[in-house]
Design a protein. Structure first.
Length: 127
């Protein structure tokens, strides 16, 4: 199997996407963070030292989606019209679950996998 971002000498390169057609796609992702019962109680009571952890995770996910191309090497910029990131408590972990949805963005010849990876990483890893 040949990797598209690796040249014949094994060096990383940016893929030329100029010949690819434009399309409209959606992106979804999900993540979870396990935490100690003590940390879970702080998040649940909204009494942690950094404020509302769930709102911070949601904001970080949206910001991560907007900055994906600048944070992941070889990722082409992607224009976004809307990003929806949600975070909620999961008592069974105990911890935090996150979900990301990016509806119908115009894909200017670029892949969605980096967008999902980058924004979900920030959503799940913000605290």
């Amino acid at each position: 199997m040949k990797l598209s971002h690796i040249d014949d000498r094994g060096r990383a390169r940016m893929v030329d996407v100029s010949a690819k057609p434009e399309s409209v796609r959606t992106a979804t992702a999900a993540g979870s963070i396990r935490m100690s019962p003590e940390a879970f109680t702080l998040v649940e009571g909204n009494s942690g030292p950094k404020g509302d952890v769930l709102a911070t995770a949601e904001l970080a996910g949206s910001m991560g989606a907007k900055q994906t191309a600048g944070l992941i090497p070889m990722c082409h910029p992607i224009g976004l019209d809307h990003v929806e990131c949600r975070a909620w408590l999961d008592t069974e972990l105990p911890g935090l679950d996150t979900g990301l949805f990016i509806p119908g963005y115009k894909l200017f010849r670029r892949g969605a996998e980096w967008l999902r990876t980058g924004s979900e990483s920030f959503c799940a890893g913000s605290e």
